[in-house]
Write a protein of this length. Structure first.
Length: 347
């Protein structure tokens, strides 16, 4: 499925916009603050129903407006398909999805739409940032292809807040034990699925270790939650009035394998090694999408070339030859090295 056209109304800084895309390579150029990344985010939004930078969905709507919509026209062979997402704010945020002008549930929409894989300089935080950054990356990626994972994760997070509220407001031990019993069972049920899917994806990554002439691996650092462990933690949690164990405290450690020695890239990797570790994750993301969903994703490259050394630039340029790619860049001359048809969008 190829993206042909994107129509925007009050999305981010775009009052209106109508953009055509090359089936091979589209280059977005323009001065800072003109909306290059916003346009890339609109493609991500039409694919996943969320942006990749907002903390609240209202931020996707143009300032002083209460609604926005993004419409994408895609082709499969000689057939065109229309996908559209609308956001309405003002009170609770309302989001609607349509395919060929017919309203769809999010699940049905996600089954039909193509996938996308984003590369951006900020993703170096997967190496340098806190465990929360890595958890959010894995949760967002797994949720995009497994709606059961998204549901179980939401269930877990909601139950965790309610369990913490119980710990914050209890009056006596007997009442506390009685109320926690339900939440302990419920949290364990949701955690089993969440941890299982995280574990399975880490296994997939560790079966695909190589990128160029380097090898990488990942270690899933689980913070196990069971009813028995929660009972063991009862006195400590009572004192801190907070749930202290569970997948909300999981982490992931990425290693480079050299001569049977594993180097933790978060602590000991150079900037170049850390970037290559991020590429390893993203390349596996592409392979996973192709294997599980049978769809070749659109590559979204957000001004990454200025951050890369020559070897990593070559890796990206080789990827562009195999996928429909949309890139924001100031290094247009570099893209002349890619022997594919290309178009330019000037903002």
């Amino acid at each position: 499925m190829l993206l042909k056209q994107l129509i925007l109304k009050d999305f981010r800084n775009f009052e209106e916009g109508n953009f055509q895309f090359n089936p091979f390579l589209t280059i977005i150029i323009g001065e800072n603050a003109k909306g290059k990344t916003n346009l890339l985010e609109a493609i991500y939004f039409i694919a996943f129903g969320v942006g990749f930078r907002e903390s609240r969905e209202e931020e996707l709507v143009r300032l002083d407006k209460i609604s926005c919509h993004v419409e994408g026209i895609f082709s499969v062979g000689d057939q065109n398909f229309n996908f559209e997402i609308r956001i309405k704010t003002g009170g609770a945020v309302e989001k609607t999805f349509t395919i060929n002008r017919t309203k769809k549930k999010f699940f049905a929409y996600q089954e039909e739409i193509t996938k996308a894989v984003l590369f951006s300089p900020q993703q170096i935080e997967l190496m340098t940032g806190s465990p929360d950054v890595r958890r959010k990356y894995f949760d967002r990626f797994l949720s995009s292809g497994d709606l059961e994972y998204k549901k179980r994760l939401t269930n877990y997070e909601n139950a965790l807040r309610k369990r913490n509220k119980v710990l914050e407001t209890y009056r006596n031990d007997e009442q506390l034990k009685e109320e926690l019993a339900f939440w302990n069972t419920y949290l364990e049920e949701q955690a089993i699925y969440v941890v299982g899917r995280r574990d399975a994806y880490c296994e997939f990554l560790n079966k695909n270790k190589k990128i160029d002439n380097k090898e990488f691996s990942i270690k899933y650092l689980k913070n196990e939650l069971t009813k028995d462990k929660l009972k063991e933690m009862f006195e400590v949690e009572k004192r801190y009035r907070r749930t202290l164990i569970g997948p909300q405290k999981d982490d992931f450690a990425i290693y480079e394998e050299t001569d049977h020695i594993s180097k933790n890239l978060h602590h000991f990797g150079s900037r170049s090694e850390q970037r290559l570790g991020v590429f390893w994750l993203k390349l596996n993301e592409i392979m996973y999408v192709e294997k599980i969903f049978g769809k070749r994703p659109i590559l979204l490259l957000d001004d990454i070339f200025s951050e890369l050394d020559a070897k990593n630039k070559k890796l990206i340029l080789n990827l562009i030859k195999k996928h429909q790619t949309v890139v924001t860049t100031t290094e247009i001359e570099l893209l002349d090295l890619v022997n594919v048809p290309k178009s330019i969008i000037k903002l």
